[in-house]
Design a protein around this ligand. Structure first.
Ligand SMILES: C[S@@+](CC[C@H](N)C(=O)[O-])C[C@H]1O[C@@H](n2cnc3c(N)ncnc32)[C@H](O)[C@@H]1O
Length: 240
């Protein structure tokens, strides 16, 4: 993956114009439906516990992967972590020497994330479908653990278009990949039980690349956690 250590562009920093919203905005966008469970009382506390390093089995894997991609930008880069959840990447972004805007539709999540954040990091409550940030206002957008919930290409297009609009350099995202045993085994078992299919947000990698290309993003690296077995995959795109 290309590094911008030599010629990083950190102009147009958006920090002055970042809205500091206190409460969850009343959003009726199609993407807002995916926040429903996360807006329930106590969801932020439960999520924080589920993402503790000793409980979350992908913790080390994701720290290493996201850390490597974050370091594609020189220290000082501005990263938008959206959705930030309880802010599990805050420390990692800080350790890379970057600056951070943490954004989420749930103000409880944003508030939780802000509690451990270093001074100077920003926190914004907004909908990914309509974040109140200027075009090309960050170096990198981190869209982690939300994309696999999207059930339609229209929602995926909206998310990719917003990420592309905001990013000057890279968009990093995780997704569920259909090309694996886990996905088809889950579908088979659910079918036998006559239950609605699980993992409905899983997509083919070729489809993700096509949608990203349409949005003006170029694939830099596709990473499969356990190729052919695990449903978990991630992608790093460069702004084309
Ligand atoms: C599974 S958590 C992922 C959080 C974080 N990226 C992580 O990996 O820990 C999903 C988050 O997406 C947020 N979310 C869901 N829909 C959203 C939307 N339309 N705009 C912004 N945030 C949203 C939820 O509030 C929740 O915090």
């Amino acid at each position: 993956m290309a590094s911008d250590r030599a010629g990083s562009s950190h102009e147009n920093h958006a920090t002055e114009s970042i809205p500091q919203v206190e409460r969850t905005p009343a959003s009726t966008s199609s993407l807002a439906q995916y926040a429903e469970d996360w807006l329930l009382p106590g969801a932020h506390d439960r999520y924080a516990v589920s993402r503790e390093p000793n409980r979350y089995r992908h913790w080390a894997h994701e720290e290493k992967l996201v850390g490597r991609w974050l370091r594609s930008c020189s220290p000082g880069a501005l990263v938008l972590d959206m959705p930030c959840g309880t802010g599990r990447f805050t420390e990692l972004v800080h350790s890379c020497g970057h600056r951070l805007i943490s954004a989420d539709l749930s103000w409880q999540m944003v508030h939780f994330a802000s509690r451990q954040a270093p001074a100077g990091f920003h926190h914004v409550c907004c909908d990914l479908a309509a974040p109140g940030l200027k075009d090309a206002s960050v170096d990198m957008v981190l869209l982690w653990r939300l994309f696999h919930h999207f059930r339609t290409d229209e929602d995926r297009r909206t998310a990719l278009a917003q990420a592309r609009r905001l990013a000057r350099r890279y968009v990093i995202l995780s997704y569920y990949n259909r090309h694996c045993l886990t996905y088809w085994a889950r579908r088979f078992v659910r079918g036998m039980l006559r239950r609605p299919p699980k993992c409905r947000g899983a997509i083919w990698t070729s489809k993700l690349i096509a949608l990203a290309t349409e949005a003006g993003l170029r694939p830099v690296e596709i990473h499969h956690y356990r190729p052919g077995i695990s449903i978990n995959s991630a992608a790093c795109f460069a702004v084309a």
